[in-house]
Design a protein around this ligand. Structure first.
Ligand code: FMN
Length: 159
């Protein structure tokens, strides 16, 4: 049991420090109007005790409203023959934690928040794209997921 947990901690550490198949996950939430919602997110940070993972998002994205209404989330990661399923409670980080995360973010990642467009909304391709790097931080949200249940499956091993 401890062996599996060690492997999970190692895999999550590698995913956030060097980039692996586990770096990109599929996060599922409960839609505000009901029904499941799922989307790709990048794992940005992991800490083992207490067990938490973190990701960045746009504060105006649907997932932020969904997490506020239903904090229980599921995250599926897959790397080769290995799948890790996580259930947990998502928490929108406070301003102090948000600022620390923003300062650690690479410039090219910060640029993603320069556009005033709302993620997931239809794009008007005829309209001029509005970029405002000065207000990018206002659109940045930092989400913590407290890990509550883990399910590790390696199809290459006994299962
Ligand atoms: C490779 C890839 C990585 C992505 N990483 C993130 C991410 O880290 N955070 C995020 O909010 N959206 C990320 N997205 C975009 C989401 O999948 C999604 O389209 C967007 O966040 C809007 O989702 P929502 O309307 O369900 O909130 C990523 C998309 C792709 C294709």
């Amino acid at each position: 049991m401890t062996y599996v947990l060690d492997r999970i901690w190692q895999a999550l550490g590698d995913a956030t420090s060097e980039g692996t198949g586990f770096t990109l996950g599929i996060l599922a939430t409960i839609g505000v109007g009901g029904g499941p919602r799922a989307r790709a997110i990048i794992l940005r940070k992991f800490q083992p005790a207490p067990a938490r993972i973190y990701f960045a998002t746009n504060v105006h994205s649907d997932k932020v409203d969904e997490i506020q209404e239903h904090p229980q989330v599921a995250l599926t990661l897959q790397d080769g023959s290995v799948q890790l399923r996580i259930q947990g409670k998502a928490v929108i980080a406070d301003d102090a934690e948000r600022l620390t995360a923003w300062e650690a973010l690479a410039p090219h990642s910060r640029e993603l928040y320069a556009t005033a467009g709302i993620p997931g909304e239809a794009v008007d391709e005829t309209a001029e794209r509005v970029e405002d790097p000065g207000t990018a931080f206002q659109r940045f949200a930092w989400i913590r997921v407290d890990l509550e249940h883990l399910d590790w499956l390696d199809l290459a091993g006994p299962h």
